[in-house]
Design a protein around this ligand. Structure first.
Ligand code: ATR
Length: 273
C-alpha cells in the first residue's frame, strides 16, 4: 500500500484526503492519503520521521511550504522561483519539490477562456498564493500584470523583476478598475464569510471582466458577490484546488486523474454547495 499525506497546521478541515482517495479508489490503486497535523515547533523532527517512513509523496500546506525546502534534493523551476513547495515526490531515494498552485490556478482560469496578451490582469494580495499565481501567469503570457496589496512594498518587491508588470496600492487599483480584463483575488480577507468584506470596491468594474477568487469556502465571497452584481464573469477557488491536487496526483503516479470526480468528492465534503 503506497502512502501519501498532506501536512499542515491547521489541517483538520483539509479536503485533500477525500479528493485524492476518491481517485485512488476509482483507479483501483493500492494507495491511501491522510492528513497529518505537525506542530510548528516540531517541524524538523516530524518531517524527518515522515520522510523515513517509506512514504512515496506528500502535499504541504500552510505554514510549511517554505520550511520544507532544506529537506529536498531538487526543485522544479516554479518551486525554485517561488521559494515554496506544495508537492513532494520520492524517486530513487531522492526528494523532488514541486509547486502546482500557480499552474493549477491557471488551468482553472483558462477553463473560462484563454488569456491573451491583450488582457490586463490585476492580482490583489502579495502573499504565497499570489506569488505562485503571478509566476505561473508570467511564464504563460505577455499580458500585463499588476499586483495590488495592503502592504504596498510587498507588491513592489514581487513585480520589480519585470518591466511589463508593476505594483499599485489597493486604492489605486480601485480607481483604475475599468482598465483590467481579469481580476484575481488572493487575499485571505474573504475566508470568514461573516466579515463580508472585499479587499477592493468593484463599482468601477467593466461588465464582462473575469473576477476570480482563490477561496472556495465560502463558495461566494463578498468579492465574488459584488463582482457578479457588477456584471462580471465569476469563478471561485474550487478549480484551482482540484487542479493543484490533480497535478500532484500526476506527479506521484504518472496518471492524469479524472478531475470531475475529484471535484465531486470536494463538493460532497462541502455539503453540495
Ligand atoms: P497565502 O499563502 O494564502 O497567500 P499569506 O502569504 O499570509 O497567505 O498572504 C495573505 C495576503 O492577504 C497578503 O497579501 C495580505 O496582505 P498584507 O501583505 O498586507 O498582510 C492579505 N490580507 C490579509 N488580510 C487582509 C485584509 N484584511 N485586507 C487586505 N489584505 C489582506
Amino acid at each position: 500500500m503506497e502512502k501519501y499525506v498532506v501536512i499542515g497546521n491547521p489541517i483538520r478541515h483539509s479536503l485533500s484526503p477525500a479528493m485524492q482517495n476518491r481517485i485512488f479508489q476509482e483507479l483501483g490503486m493500492e494507495a491511501e492519503y491522510n492528513s497529518v497535523l505537525i506542530e510548528e515547533n516540531a517541524f524538523e523532527t516530524e518531517i524527518k520521521k515522515l520522510m523515513d517512513s517509506g512514504i512515496r509523496g506528500f502535499n504541504i500546506t500552510t505554514p510549511f511550504k517554505e520550511r520544507i525546502l532544506p529537506f529536498l534534493d531538487e526543485l522544479e523551476p516554479l518551486a525554485a522561483d517561488s521559494g515554496a513547495v506544495n508537492t513532494v515526490l520520492r524517486k530513487d531515494d531522492k526528494w523532488y519539490g514541486f509547486n502546482t498552485d500557480g499552474k493549477g490556478y491557471l488551468e482553472g482560469l483558462e477553463e473560462i477562456r484563454p488569456i491573451t496578451e491583450k488582457d490586463s490582469i490585476l492580482i490583489t494580495g502579495a502573499g504565497g498564493a499570489s506569488k505562485a499565481i503571478y509566476l505561473a501567469l508570467k511564464n504563460h503570457t505577455n499580458a500585463r500584470i499588476t499586483v495590488a496589496n495592503r502592504t504596498a512594498n510587498k507588491a513592489v518587491e514581487m513585480t520589480k523583476d519585470n518591466d511589463n508588470h508593476h505594483a499599485m496600492t489597493l486604492q489605486e487599483a480601485e480607481k483604475n478598475l475599468a482598465d483590467f480584463t481579469i481580476i484575481i483575488q488572493t487575499t485571505s480577507i474573504g475566508l470568514e464569510a461573516s466579515k463580508n468584506t472585499s479587499p477592493i470596491s468593484l463599482t468601477n468594474l467593466t461588465k464582462g471582466t473575469i473576477c476570480s477568487d482563490i477561496i472556495y469556502n465560502p463558495a461566494e465571497t463578498a468579492f465574488l458577490k459584488e463582482a457578479k452584481e457588477n456584471g462580471a464573469i465569476i469563478q471561485n477557488g474550487l478549480p484551482m484546488f482540484v487542479n493543484q491536487g490533480a497535478l500532484a496526483f500526476e506527479i506521484w503516479t504518472g496518471v492524469k486523474p479524472e478531475r470531475t470526480l475529484m471535484k465531486e468528492a470536494v463538493l460532497e465534503q462541502l455539503g453540495g454547495n
